[in-house]
Design a protein around this ligand. Structure first.
Ligand code: AMP
Length: 395
């Protein structure tokens, strides 16, 4: 019997889950419980037996997880026969504490709780999932896998903001990064695809989804990343500004009369591509661009300009570049963004092959020319598999 890991990603009103074979990389079942605490909850479970959907009220996370476990028992695969060796929990913020996965015991739970002010929307929701799962699945180890762990290794010079040191220390203000699980998985898969050890490679990973981040990975160690204390910093995203002069916030407050909460909402949920073009999905942006929409064209230009800036900056930080990899919704599917981001970068050793770049990529693919000094890749990310593998690595 193969060993499997149940991966749980608990949000404020949802639980996403996947039963993963960490060795083969296969997902044996997956699903999503949504609208917990609302009038009509929703559960969707996908397995070899097909897709099962329920619309029922789901009062809390405990009820949600109980419904999931019921479906495993009735629809399958049965967890008691699936060789579950661990439950892997996604946790967004591990602060300066966790550089790798950790058994979610009472001490670790207490630290995750203490870190909640740094991720007020995520850590409490992640914790809720851990607590109910520990109760309902007491027979297996529960492992917390942190989004920030891969970036725990950032050199101080990259993690430190040039802020008054006392204030920074008191409020734990520094660069923690995010999407680390994805960056780590993709960097490793990129090396594997090239058949070269991580220890030889200077890599840039571009995780371009609705949220987007870049990382510089020097011979396996993350040395910089674009997201900061929170996921607001860095690249232009679906609805977030990414880098912006912080004094814009003072201006909007003092001159625009906006409250802190209004500004928070503006920069996190009403900006980025959506703010510039009215839509956050790049497919829609391309349609608008093709129809001559100038706002959409500007949005795409700003998006690509920022990407190019980070590629150049990270090439400088790494002292050269061996591999550049695109991943996530945009990175895997959008050949226009990939081509525009890398156009004219031959001076860095980057030569994209237009035929190889064309189209969506479902599998890890080389999209640079054979003579390109930098290998340019698309590697589909798989955060669940990475969580499962990290959980197993701790057993
Ligand atoms: P993610 O957060 O990784 O699920 O990525 C979601 C984003 O990927 C969407 O908002 C789109 O901008 C982008 N995306 C998904 N599919 C495509 C596609 N076929 N072409 C271009 N962009 C896509």
């Amino acid at each position: 019997m193969t060993a499997t890991v149940l991966v749980i990603n608990s949000g404020s009103s949802s639980i996403k889950y996947q039963l993963v074979d960490p060795e083969g990389g296969e997902a044996l079942a997956s699903g999503l419980v949504e609208r917990i605490g609302e009038e009509r909850g929703r559960l969707r479970h996908t397995s070899a037996a097909g897709v099962v959907e329920h619309m029922d009220p789901i009062p809390d996370h405990g009820a949600g997880l109980r419904m999931i476990l019921d479906l495993f028992a009735t629809v399958g695969p049965r967890l008691d026969e699936a060789g579950v060796v661990a439950v892997g929990h996604r946790v967004v913020q591990g602060g300066a504490y966790f550089g790798g996965p950790a058994v979610a015991d009472d001490r670790v739970i207490e630290v995750i709780e203490r870190l909640s002010p740094l991720a007020p929307l995520h850590n409490p929701a992640n914790l809720r999932g851990i607590l109910v799962a520990r109760e309902l699945l007491p027979g297996v180890p529960h492992i917390a896998v942190f989004d920030t762990a891969f970036f725990r290794s950032l050199p101080e010079r990259a993690a430190t903001y040039a802020l008054d040191r006392e204030v920074a220390r008191k409020y734990r203000v520094r660069r923690y990064g995010a999407h680390g699980t994805s960056h780590q998985y993709v960097a490793r898969m990129a090396a594997q695809l090239l058949g070269r050890p991580m220890a030889e490679l200077r890599q840039v990973v571009l995780h371009l989804g609705n949220g987007a981040s870049a990382s510089a990975v020097d011979r396996g160690r993350a040395v910089d990343t674009s997201m900061g204390m929170t996921p607001l910093e860095g690249l232009v995203m679906g609805t977030r500004t990414g880098d912006i002069d912080p004094a814009v916030m003072f201006h909007l407050h003092r001159i625009g009369g906006m409250s802190v909460d209004e500004i928070d909402d503006l920069v996190n949920r009403r900006s980025g591509l959506k703010g510039l073009a009215g839509v956050n999905d790049l497919r829609e942006i391309h349609t608008l661009v093709a129809a001559g929409d100038r706002d959409a064209r500007l949005a795409l230009d700003v998006y690509v300009h920022r990407l190019r800036k980070y590629i150049g900056a990270y090439a400088a930080i790494l002292g050269g570049l061996d591999v550049l990899t695109f991943t996530a919704g945009v990175g895997e599917n959008d050949d226009i963004v990939r081509a525009e981001a890398l156009a004219g970068l031959e001076f860095l050793g980057i030569e994209l092959d237009p035929a190889r770049n064309a189209g969506r990529k479902k599998e890890a693919t080389v999209i640079s020319t054979d003579s390109s000094r930098v290998a340019v890749l698309v590697v589909p990310t798989n955060e669940e598999l990475e969580i499962a593998r990290q959980a197993v690595s701790l057993l």
